[in-house]
Write a protein of this length. Structure first.
Length: 922
């Protein structure tokens, strides 16, 4: 028997189940599931994603067995709905929609009202109680959609004059409205629409050279093919590339009985979220439009009404909601909302239609949400016992925390600023940038490093690349569920929609707002949380996640779950304080060279570099000692007893002496040398491959006085605090060790300095560790030998990736785009750790290191230490901690907790649990 390709649903029954997402797509599986739990869904059937592949293998033809199957399913639909497809009396109309495994909102095509033709039109007029206006409006929508999606796009029929058919038909429609002096679709009469439909058909024939099919079954076949075809459409491919969705998954096709929200003033359509998708509040939230089709709500061409009080914006106080207008229907909708949340145990994004006061659910799917909303919903659902705490931890994408940590427009600056306009707060946070009016410009400007605000009447899926590149998105039309709002929220972008005061002249690249004109390149600032648009470039403030109770709770649960520590990379007391506020448990990397660049220090650094004798160099180096000691005193105090890993000087020295002529002269004068002598020494420092040159421990080996000075600064700061009974835990880290003898050489200097410091401060003991970066592949190979000496390891995965791949970390930009485009690499290996290759070096380093020192403390301080996938890898590889920049600390904490839930560490489980519980209590 051939495998099943078509799955029926409706009338309280379904062939498919929720588990069949891969086969039926998200929408198809949900429709099946909804039907089977008794939600009122119009009957229909789903053609599987496998057929999509078959369709492409079959050169764009629907296999016969599939056609046979769907015609059978159609019979069942007719039975449940009590209507007949293509019939003269009470005809059934169909919608044809896409539905991939993962939601791709608005990226593929849909055709509605399929089945309207000369044969069925009179029957529908009769069934609608003689509403000719409604029927011809449905017909003109069908012709427009079909000609555009099926005939022009999918069948590739080129318009004779190059102007797209949709444009032509919409233009004719707008012209008719203008002629009649009306703005609303519903203001046109049947007498207007009937001849318009005839005109449309003539235009289609003339422009595309083929007639609009007047046959219900031909229309159905065309619609199904068009959906398959749209899987490979430009915008769908672009979206999948951005979201990382595989191209070979294919889409399912959902064919479903049409129900009409535009059948007069007792019909309506709406979109709702079972909880507020912007802030996560447990309040049913939605928008609806009377006498409209679903596309009207999503397209944002009419500003929708709130479904209830909770959905009203402050200026909608006097607007009637669904709850107030049709309380019975609202009650039914609200009951379905509760049923759906209980059933799916997650926030749902639902579409509904009310046909003559009868409520139908068109779709439900897990709703996209902002980061703050994701956190609040997860925590509140766990507290409501809808989900477990573990599920709550797993449900928040660690990267989403970013939004909470994101800057906001400074409220003080907002008070002084000129308000340009107010719209709907569709994506929270602050967005400041220069105005552009189309998505290509947005992408182009962003590439040049500019911050841009994309200003559009409304956005469409064609705009995704520009939206992605923008710091903020601002639209004149649309509601909270419009395309711009949905996409922006999915990406956590600042977004304001429905900003009606904008009068946009996209061609002239300017927008008029009242008496103000904002031109391309002008700065504006957006507060996406309140929906206010300001003139000019306002200051932005860092976020304050600690004022968010749900965030605090979730992070507490995460801390009680994770089995590894999270430290931070920083080198100033201010950053250290920020990192502690974000939950850092120590410093995993303080790059001391960052401390050398202040004006009063750099001169001594340069003197040290240019010195011609050891005595001169020592004299210059020692001038840096008081500065360095002060730095460490500040950091140690800020970290209050938490471990602090200080790395000795690492970069090639020439980085400090890239000087222009006047700086050379000044330095020469300071050192009592001739400018030519300074130039000559700088020239001497030039290296062909500085990243593989005289850097890291090689500096301290050639110039031991540098290591001596740095060790003295670290240890005397520690000793000074120890005498004051302030707890400190310095860990001195030697960079770029590849051979155990390099380590021995530097460690000996440090230990000798420690003895001197102890004597000087009259201390019997001084707590500190000496360890090394593991960032050279050879170090991983001989980690056992290095660990005989070193007390800790910290993986420098930036250099390890550089040297493991042989990719210069500073020059990868030249070829990485080609690598990504050709799919040679899935991602930038400097952002996401290459677990397959570089990961092996890490695992080897850990195993070999611990073979000679079982209690070896191991961490990571490369950029990967704050990237969720890499953090999870570190957990699995047995590291004790990850270290990352302060703003990534919360992300790493959550990722570490998820790793512990996904792959709990068995060996230390008990001890780790105790430790984690203690952490969670803090
Ligand atoms: C590393 O190489 O991963 C590292 C943390 O050091 P740096 O980036 O300073 O070379
Ligand atoms: Mg390094």
């Amino acid at each position: 028997m051939a495998k099943k390709s078509v799955y029926f649903f409706g009338g309280g029954k379904a062939d498919g189940t929720l588990k069949m997402k891969n086969l039926l797509g998200g929408k198809g599986a949900n429709l099946a599931d909804m039907a089977s739990i008794g939600i009122p869904v119009p009957a229909g059937f789903t053609i599987t994603t496998e057929v999509c592949t078959e369709y492409y293998d079959n050169k764009g033809r629907i296999p016969k067995h599939v056609t046979d199957e769907y015609l059978k399913a159609l019979k069942k639909v007719e039975k449940v709905m009590g209507k007949k497809y293509g019939a003269k009396k009470n005809p059934l109309l169909l919608s044809v929609r896409s539905g991939a495994r993962m939601s791709m909102p608005g990226m593929m095509d849909t055709v509605l009202n399929i089945g309207l033709c000369a044969e069925t039109i009179p029957g529908l007029i009769e069934a609608s109680g003689g509403d000719e206006r409604f029927v011809y409006d449905a017909y003109r929508r069908l012709i427009t959609m079909y000609a555009d999606v099926v005939m022009e796009k999918a069948q590739g029929v080129e318009p004779a004059d190059g102007e797209s058919i949709r444009h032509k038909l919409e233009h004719a429609y707008d012209a008719l409205k203008a002629k009649r002096g009306v703005t609303e679709d519903t203001d046109l009469t049947a007498e207007d629409l009937k001849p318009l439909c005839e005109e449309f058909k003539a235009t289609v024939k003339k422009s595309l050279g083929v007639p609009f099919p007047d046959d219900a079954y031909k229309q159905l076949e065309g619609g199904i093919k068009a959906v398959f075809q749209s899987w490979m459409g430009k915008r769908a491919i672009a979206y999948r590339n951005i979201e990382g969705i595989p191209h070979d998954w294919g889409t399912a096709v959902n064919v479903q009985a049409m129900v009409f929200g535009n059948m007069g003033d007792t019909s309506a359509t709406g979109v709702a979220f079972t909880r507020n998708p912007a802030n996560g509040e447990d309040a049913f939230y939605g928008e609806w439009l009377i006498n409209a089709q679903g596309e009207d709500v999503v397209a944002g061409t009419r500003t929708p009404l709130p479904v209830n009080k909770a959905s009203k914006t402050p200026d909608q106080k006097n607007v009637q909601s669904l709850e107030e207008m049709w309380p019975k229907t609202y009650k039914q909708l609200f009951a379905i909302r509760n049923k759906l949340e209980k059933h799916y145990t997650d926030m749902q994004d639902i579409e509904f239609t009310i046909e003559d006061k009868e409520l139908w659910m068109l779709q439900t799917r897990t709703g996209k949400r902002t980061g703050p909303a994701a956190i609040r919903m997860a925590v509140e659902m766990a507290e409501q016992k809808l989900i477990s705490k573990e599920t709550a931890i797993m449900r928040v994408n660690p990267e989403q925390i970013n939004e909470l940590l994101h800057p906001m427009v400074d409220p003080a600056a907002e008070k002084r600023a000129n308000v340009l306009a107010k719209g709907l707060p569709a994506g929270p946070g602050g967005g400041v940038g220069q105005v552009v009016f189309n998505s290509d410009d947005a992408a182009e400007w962003a590439k040049d490093g500019k911050k841009v605000i994309l200003v559009r009447n409304e956005t469409s899926p064609e705009d995704v690349h520009g939206m992605h590149a923008s710091a903020g998105i601002l639209t004149a039309k649309g509601g909270m569920t419009s395309h711009a709002a949905l996409v922006a929220r999915g990406w956590g972008k600042c977004c304001i929609v429905g900003c009606g005061a904008l009068n946009i002249d996209a061609k002239g690249k300017k927008v008029t707002i009242g008496d103000k004109v904002v031109k391309e390149g002008d700065w504006v600032s957006m507060n996406g949380t309140t929906g206010v648009l300001y003139e000019g470039q306002l200051d932005v403030l860092p976020a304050q996640p600690d004022r968010n109770p749900w965030y605090k709770k979730l992070m507490g649960w995460a801390d009680a779950t994770r089995q590894i520590n999270v430290r931070t990379n920083c080198e100033t007391p201010e950053d250290a304080a920020q990192a502690i506020a974000f939950g850092a448990e120590g410093i995993g990397l303080a790059r001391t060279e960052h401390m050398f660049f202040e004006p009063e220090r750099i001169i001594h650094v340069r003197e040290m570099i240019l010195a011609s004798s050891e005595a001169d160099r020592r004299a210059a180096v020692m001038k840096l000692l008081p500065f360095q000691k002060k730095d460490f005193l500040g950091i140690f105090k800020a970290m209050a007893g938490k471990p602090v890993t200080v790395r000795l000087l690492d970069p090639p020295l020439h980085e400090f002496v890239t000087l222009d002529e006047s700086q050379v002269k000044e330095l020469a004068k300071h050192m009592g040398l001739k400018p030519e002598q300074v130039q000559a020494r700088i020239a001497q420092l030039h290296e062909l491959n500085p990243m593989l040159g005289h850097r890291g421990c090689r500096l301290g080996i050639a110039y031991p006085e540098i290591t001596e000075m740095q060790a003295t600064a670290i240890l005397s700061a520690a000793a000074e605090l120890a005498t004051k009974k302030i707890k400190v835990l310095p860990e001195i880290m030697i960079p770029l060790v590849g051979h155990q003898n390099e380590y021995k050489n530097q460690a000996a200097i440090i230990r000798a300095v420690a003895e001197d410091v102890k004597k000087k401060y009259k201390l019997k003991t001084l707590d500190f560790l000496v360890g090394t970066m593991i960032e050279i592949p050879r170090a991983c190979l001989v980690a056992d030998k290095i660990a005989e000496e070193a007390e800790f390891f910290s993986f420098g995965t930036n250099d390890l990736t550089q040297m493991g791949f042989g990719f210069s970390r500073d020059d990868i930009g030249g070829f990485l785009p080609h690598y990504l485009k050709e799919e040679i690499l899935p991602v930038d290996p400097f952002q996401v750790l290459d677990q397959e290759g570089i990961g092996q070096l890490v695992e080897m380093g850990v195993a070999r290191g611990r073979s000679t020192r079982p209690d070896l403390k191991v961490g990571i301080c490369g950029e990967h230490g704050g990237e969720p996938k890499s953090v999870k890898f570190c957990h699995r590889s047995g590291l004790n901690y990850v270290s990352c920049s302060p703003f990534r600390v919360p992300i790493a904490r959550l990722a570490a907790a998820q790793a512990a839930l996904e792959t709990p560490r068995k060996v230390e489980k008990k001890a780790a649990k105790k430790k984690a519980a203690k952490r969670g209590k803090k």
